[in-house]
Design a protein around this ligand. Structure first.
Ligand SMILES: [Zn+2]
Ligand SMILES: [Zn+2]
Length: 253
């Protein structure tokens, strides 16, 4: 084989092995240098980071100056507070879809870096004892091959030097796909869906739930309820993305 061809051959092999290393995870353009977030400058500039104008409880971007969104005002969320890194639109959707439906498990390590950054900013003064992922039912996990929340949680725990544990909370009821349901339907659908298998690991502890996306927060609220029933002291939520607060969300309630 010619030297040039050989070089080309190895470049191809390497790019297949390190598929995530040199290309943007959204637009696939070649990266000049390794990016912490796996994004090129152009895609990164399109990411909408969640800033300070948020609901103090669920952490979603607020459209007005109020401290709390209507959903949090009307429903007692069982977590202490939730925070997220980016708004769930274009680029974030693309990334999450890749993980959930495109088998792009390796995206999770980039998401973990987003989370670590947010954790440093928003959880100052909070002492987390243990990290738990949002569990999937066994059936769902078999179909997808992995639980993206756990993949993110594991990586994130490594970066921030905390313990992650996926044995504590289990999903016991097979709920309908939350995405297709209205706010109120979500609440009913998720009721009693989660169980704490190892209460001794959370009793008196501060727990941080990790997930990819937060919509209304009803899933995390139910997990928090189960954790607090198991005597967890505090329960927080950190997600990669969150939806913008929608006015319609409450109209059905
Ligand atoms: Zn890009
Ligand atoms: Zn809220």
């Amino acid at each position: 084989m010619q030297k040039k061809k050989l070089k080309e051959f190895f470049r191809k092999i390497l790019s297949e092995i390190f598929v995530d290393k040199y290309n943007c995870i959204v637009c696939d353009s070649e990266l000049q240098e390794k990016s912490k977030y796996g994004l090129c400058e152009d895609c990164k500039s399109k990411v909408r980071f969640v800033g300070d104008k948020i609901c103090k409880k669920c952490g979603r971007l607020q459209l007005n100056e109020a401290d709390y969104c209507l959903t949090c005002k009307e429903h007692k969320r069982k977590f202490d507070f939730a925070r997220s890194c980016v708004v769930y639109d274009d680029v974030a959707k693309e990334i999450v879809r890749g993980i959930k439906f495109g088998g792009k498990k390796y995206f999770c390590k980039y998401i973990a870096n987003f989370l670590a950054q947010k954790y440093q900013e928003a959880f100052d003064g909070v002492n987390i004892d243990v990290i738990v992922p949002v569990p999937l039912t066994k059936k769902k996990q078999i179909i997808r091959g992995y639980n993206q929340s756990w993949e993110i949680a594991k990586r994130f725990a490594e970066v921030v030097d905390l313990t992650a544990d996926d044995k504590i909370v289990a999903k016991v009821n097979d709920t309908q796909e939350q995405a297709r349901l209205s706010g109120k339907e979500r609440e009913e659908n998720i009721l009693d869906a989660f169980e704490v298998n190892l209460p001794e690991r959370v009793e008196g502890k501060s727990v941080l739930i990790i997930d990819d996306v937060m919509t209304t927060g009803s899933t995390a609220s139910e997990i928090a309820r189960a954790l607090k029933k198991a005597k967890a002291k505090e329960v927080y939520l950190l997600t990669f993305a969150s939806t913008k607060y929608k006015v319609e969300e409450n109209q059905e309630d």
